[in-house]
Structures are given as structure tokens and as C-alpha cells.
Write a protein that binds this ligand. Structure first.
Ligand SMILES: Cc1ncc(C[n+]2csc(CCOP(=O)(O)OP(=O)(O)O)c2C)c(N)n1
Length: 326
């Protein structure tokens, strides 16, 4: 389906384009401040995969739930989380989204439906299924999305979650972000058939594979899945064929792939360029408009960095607060 069939306006496309750029600039800044020791902790970037979060979250409302993993920045930003508080979190500050206690991969933002991201590969499927059980029992009409990787799709939790969600017709959308690698393991060396969407049929769940670097394709699949879930017809599975442009973590030497492989994606299938090309072709999007958008995003992220820098560092004596109920 193209953008016209989906009823997307120019303004909506520009907003999606801006969202992808915002996620990227946020993360590029996080990397720059990580290298200076101002952002701390483990850094697993989402750069290259922005179309997935953008396309999926466009089909959601603020009240819907998302379950995320170690690459949660993109999901959080696309769901509408406060980027000032996120940047402060990465710096371990009291004004961070979790008071500086969560760092990069354990962030939560219940106000936008993310109860907690986490680093256990495969856990987001089970959490997303649990959120969907809550929706079906107590909040009918709301849906839940589970984001996970190709590596996470080879965990037992994948099958247990899909089976339970299908049996109970839970309103959950399983979104596999197939970025071709689980740390250094290429998907083709660890996964029979090299793809996942066919597995959905084993649970009687609709499964599709889309170009995960095309936000419109992702949105089209997500919209259909969300509508099905809201109607009470149960789960769907979307495999987004995407690509991680940074290492598994910052500092990864990436000896398992070539520079040419990465450059090929940047040149021919980068999600931001894909959307820009469409805007240029359909609406005459100009370089001036592009530069103005980039400048406004850089200013927005610079303000987030400043907010983080000005925050008070988390205090060691407060480290155990919020661990146990009062
Ligand atoms: C249960 C579990 N096993 C192993 C790890 C170590 N680990 C961290 S990230 C990762 C790879 C995850 O790959 P994938 O699910 O494809 O997500 P990606 O990192 O590519 O986004 C592994 C094996 C972990 N965190 N949790």
C-alpha cells in the first residue's frame, strides 16, 4: 500500500521523517557525549532502525503499551517520551526519566505506555503478552506491542508468547526487528530460512515481512495489525527487515561484517533517505526545508543535552530507593 491508499497527508509524512531524524540525532549526540564520559553505561544504538519504531508507534495511541529491549531509545522517542529526561537518564542524573537509576537499557516511561525496557533477550515478547492480557481483562480497546530482535526470536519465549497470545486472542502485535545480527551472529547462520514471519502460521497468527527501512510499509502493516487487535481478533506478527548501522554496542569492532556491507545500506536503503526521496518526489521537499528541519532537531537535542548536563548526579545513598515497596 502506498501513502495515498493509507490516507497519509504530506504533514503526516513530514512528521514521520522528522521523528526518524530526531531519534538519529538524539542517538548521535548520546554517542558523542558517551565518548566524553558524560553519558555513561552500556550503549546499544538504534541507528538505522528508526523506521520501525516510527511506523509502528504512529499506529498507536499514547495509552497503548509497548515492551522494549536494550535498543529502547527509538521506541521511547517514537512513543512520545520526554527526550530531556531521557538524555539526563543516560547521564545518570536525578532529573532523568528514572532518576538516573535505569541507564540506557532499563528505561521506563509509564506515561507513554513503556512499563520497563530490559536487557534480557526474548523478555519483551513475554512482557508484551502480559500487557495484552491486562488490556483484554481491564482496558478493552487498548493494544500492546512487543519489540524484539532476530536473536530474540530464537528464544523459547517467542513460541510460548505467540502460542498463549493466539490461544487467548490477546491484543498484541509482535514486531521482530530483524537487523540481520545478534551481536556477531548473522541471521542466516542461526535461523532456518533466514526469516521469521512464516512461523506465525504455526500459531494461526497472520504474519508478514516488510521493508523495515520504509516507515510507510511498516506503518501499513502495523495499522492493519492494530485494527485487528482492537477488534478483539487477536495477535499479529510483523517482521521488519532492517539493518543496524552501528556496532552491537559502542566499542564493538565489528569484525563479523565489512564496511562495504554497511555502506551499501546507507547508500541504497537508509530509512531517512527513503522518506526524504519520497518527500522530494511527491511534494518537492527542498534542501532549504530539509536544512531548517535538521536545525530545529539539533536545537531540540542540544536543549536535552543541556538539561542533562545541568542535572544533579544520582546520589549513591539513594541507589536502593524504589527497589522495595514502602
Ligand atoms: C537471555 C539473554 N541471553 C543472552 C544475552 C546477551 N545478549 C545481549 S544482546 C544479544 C543479542 C540480541 O540480538 P537480537 O535479539 O537480534 O537484538 P539486536 O541486539 O540485534 O537488536 C545477546 C545474545 C542476554 N542479554 N539475554
Amino acid at each position: 500500500m502506498d501513502y495515498k491508499q493509507l490516507g497519509l497527508t504530506k504533514q503526516e509524512l513530514v512528521e514521520m521523517y522528522r521523528m526518524m531524524r530526531l531519534i538519529r540525532v538524539f542517538e548521535e549526540n548520546a554517542i558523542a557525549y558517551f565518548k566524553q564520559g558524560i553519558v555513561i553505561g552500556n550503549m546499544h544504538m538504534y541507528i538505522g532502525e528508526e523506521a520501525v519504531a516510527t511506523g509502528v508507534c504512529k499506529a498507536l495511541t499514547k495509552e497503548d503499551y509497548i515492551a522494549s529491549n536494550h535498543r529502547c531509545d527509538g521506541h521511547l522517542i517514537a512513543k512520545g517520551a520526554d527526550i530531556n529526561a531521557m538524555m539526563a537518564e543516560l547521564m545518570g542524573k536525578e532529573n532523568g526519566i528514572c532518576g538516573g537509576r535505569a541507564g540506557k537499557m532499563h528505561q521506563s516511561a509509564p506515561e507513554v505506555g513503556l512499563l520497563s525496557a530490559n536487557g534480557i533477550v526474548g523478555a519483551s515478547q513475554t512482557l508484551g503478552t502480559g500487557h495484552a492480557l491486562y488490556c483484554s481483562l481491564f482496558a478493552p480497546g487498548r493494544v500492546s506491542v512487543a519489540f524484539f530482535g532476530d536473536g530474540g526470536s530464537n528464544q523459547g519465549a517467542f513460541h510460548e508468547s505467540m502460542n498463549m497470545a493466539a490461544v487467548w486472542k490477546l491484543p498484541v502485535i509482535f514486531v521482530c526487528e530483524n537487523n540481520h545480527y545478534a551481536i556477531s551472529t548473522n541471521v542466516n547462520t542461526a535461523t532456518a530460512m533466514g526469516s521469521f514471519y512464516q512461523r506465525a502460521a504455526a500459531y494461526g497468527v497472520p504474519g508478514v515481512r516488510v521493508n523495515g527501512n520504509n516507515a510507510i510499509e511498516v506503518y501499513a502493516a502495523a495499522k492493519q495489525a492494530v485494527e485487528r487487535a482492537r477488534r478483539g481478533e487477536g495477535p499479529s506478527f510483523i517482521e521488519c527487515d532492517t539493518y543496524r548501522l552501528r556496532g552491537h554496542h559502542e566499542g564493538d569492532e565489528q569484525t563479523y561484517r565489512t564496511r562495504e556491507e554497511i555502506d551499501e545500506v546507507i547508500k541504497n536503503n537508509d530509512c531517512i533517505n527513503n522518506m526524504k526521496k519520497l518527500l522530494v518526489a511527491e511534494f518537492g521537499w527542498s534542501e532549504e526545508e530539509d536544512a531548517a528541519m535538521i536545525k530545529s532537531i539539533e536545537d531540540q537535542v542540544a536543549a536535552a543535552v543541556q538539561f542533562g548536563i545541568e542535572g544533579e548526579p544520582m546520589k549513591v545513598e539513594d541507589m536502593e530507593s524504589n527497589l522495595y515497596a514502602e
